[in-house]
Design a protein. Sequence first.
Length: 113
Amino acid sequence: MQLTKAGKELFQQGRVFLSDWERLRARVHRRETIVSGKYVLGCHPAVAMSSLNLFLPRLLQNYPELKIQLVHDLSRKITEKVISFEVDFGIVVNPVRHPDIVLSELSDDDVSF
């Protein structure tokens, strides 16, 4: 049995297609597993001073393709900026519930005199 001229061409194009497919699949998989991109993180200045140093330096060291821009303001204003898409993530105190945002408690703190 022998391939025709059209069969040989189809075989060659099929090999090119499979090779391209594997490269594309690997590239997409890499993008899904690598943490990268530019994000805006908003928080109150006092929150930034007490919490960002606990995770941000290590996060940026472990993921060098990740870029974080910080925005500091009152917690209420940061929440408004998250809702209006000016800020991607916010770390706030006493968050106001809103249907367009997801709240996750990071920690709690006691203040006393």
